[in-house]
Design a protein around this ligand. Structure first.
Ligand SMILES: [Zn+2]
Length: 288
C-alpha cells in the first residue's frame, strides 16, 4: 500500500506521456530551518496542524514515475532502506521506501530506464541502493548534475552534514556514467535544468507531453518543497546559495505561471500537485 491512498495522483500530459505521484514515506525537519529568515510570526499559522513537540514539520518524500513512449523515468528516490534505527528515529522517518512503494503502485523497479534526482542530499538519493547494497534500479542510468556529484564529496563541514557521503561513494561510479553538464534532454520529453541555489548542482526536471492536449509538468526539487515556497524570497536555511535560489525561483516560477505548468512539490504530503499563480510580487501555489 502507498502511504496515503488519498493523495494518489496521476495525469496524462498528452500522447502517451503520463506522470504518477509515488510517496516514499515521510520524515521530520526543524521548522525554523525550513523557513530560514522568515519570522515565525508569519509562518506559525501555516504549520499549526503538523508541527510536533520537537518543533519539526512533517515532510513527505515525493517521487514521480514518468511514463513516456521513449521509456520510464523515476524522479527522486527518497531516503530509502539503508538507514540505521538511530537515524530513522532522529529523522522521524516513517512509511514505505521507494522500491516497495513503486511496486505497490504497479511499477517494477527493473523497468525504470532513467532515475533523475534534483540533487544528492540524503532525502533524495537515499533510495538508489537496496538494503543489501545492490542497485535498486538495475537497468537505469542515474542523472544528477556533474557539479552536484563533485560537491557532494567536498570536505567542507557543512557539505559533510548535508550528504550521506559513504553512500554517495558507493553510487558515484554509477552516477558518473550519466551525469549531466547543464541543461540536457535525458529522454525524449524529459529535461533537466540546472538551478543551483539549494545545492551547488541542484536541478529542476521538466516533463513535456505532446499533441493537441499537451501539458508540461515541472518538478523544482527543494526550491519548491511546500506551498509557501512559491514566494521566491521564502528560502530554507538548508539552501547553500540563497541569493541564487531567490533569483532562479523568480525566473522559473514566472515561466510556470505564464505557461500553466503543472507543479509537483518535493516535500508536501497532502496536496502536492497544482499550479503557480502570479500574486503581487510573488507567486501562490494552488493545489489541483
Ligand atoms: Zn529535500
Amino acid at each position: 500500500m502507498a502511504i496515503n491512498d488519498a493523495v494518489h495522483w496521476s495525469a496524462d500530459l498528452g500522447e502517451g506521456t503520463t506522470v504518477a505521484l509515488i510517496q516514499a514515506g515521510t520524515f521530520r525537519s526543524d521548522a525554523g530551518a525550513l523557513f530560514g529568515p522568515v519570522p515565525r510570526l508569519l509562518w506559525d499559522r501555516l504549520v499549526s496542524e503538523e508541527i510536533d513537540h520537537e518543533h519539526r514539520l512533517l515532510q513527505a518524500l515525493n517521487c514521480l514515475l514518468v511514463e513516456t513512449p521513449a521509456g520510464r523515468v523515476l524522479i527522486e528516490t527518497g531516503i530509502g532502506e539503508r538507514v540505521t534505527d538511530k537515524v530513522r528515529d532522529m529523522r522521524g522517518y516513517m512509511g514505505t521506501p521507494i522500491v516497495p512503494a513503486l511496486q505497490a503502485a504497479g511499477f517494477e523497479p527493473g523497468s525504470v530506464d532513467v532515475v533523475a534526482m534534483s540533487h544528492l542530499h540524503f532525502d533524495h538519493a537515499g533510495g538508489l541502493l537496496r538494503t543489501d547494497g545492490s542497485r535498486a534500479f538495475p537497468r537505469a542510468r542515474i542523472v544528477a548534475q556533474r557539479a552536484e556529484w563533485e560537491v557532494a564529496l567536498d570536505d567542507n563541514s557543512r557539505i559533510v552534514a548535508s550528504y550521506d557521503q559513504p553512500e554517495i561513494r558507493l553510487v558515484r561510479e554509477w552516477g558518473a556514467g550519466a551525469w549531466a553538464d547543464g541543461e540536457v534532454e535525458i529522454l525524449a520529453g524529459v529535461s533537466v535544468i540546472p538551478t543551483g541555489g539549494h545545492s551547488m548542482g541542484h536541478q529542476a526536471i521538466v516533463v513535456r507531453g505532446t499533441g493537441p492536449t499537451a501539458r508540461t509538468l515541472a518538478f523544482f526539487g527543494d526550491l519548491c518543497m511546500r506551498p509557501w515556497s512559491a514566494n521566491p524570497r521564502w528560502i530554507t536555511s538548508f539552501d547553500d546559495f540563497p541569493l541564487d535560489s531567490v533569483e532562479v525561483k523568480g525566473g522559473l516560477f514566472a515561466r510556470a505561471a505564464a505557461d500553466g505548468w503543472i507543479v509537483a512539490l518535493s516535500h508536501e504530503l497532502l496536496r502536492p500537485v497544482g499550479h503557480l499563480v502570479s500574486d503581487r510580487d510573488r507567486y501562490r501555489f494552488e493545489p489541483a
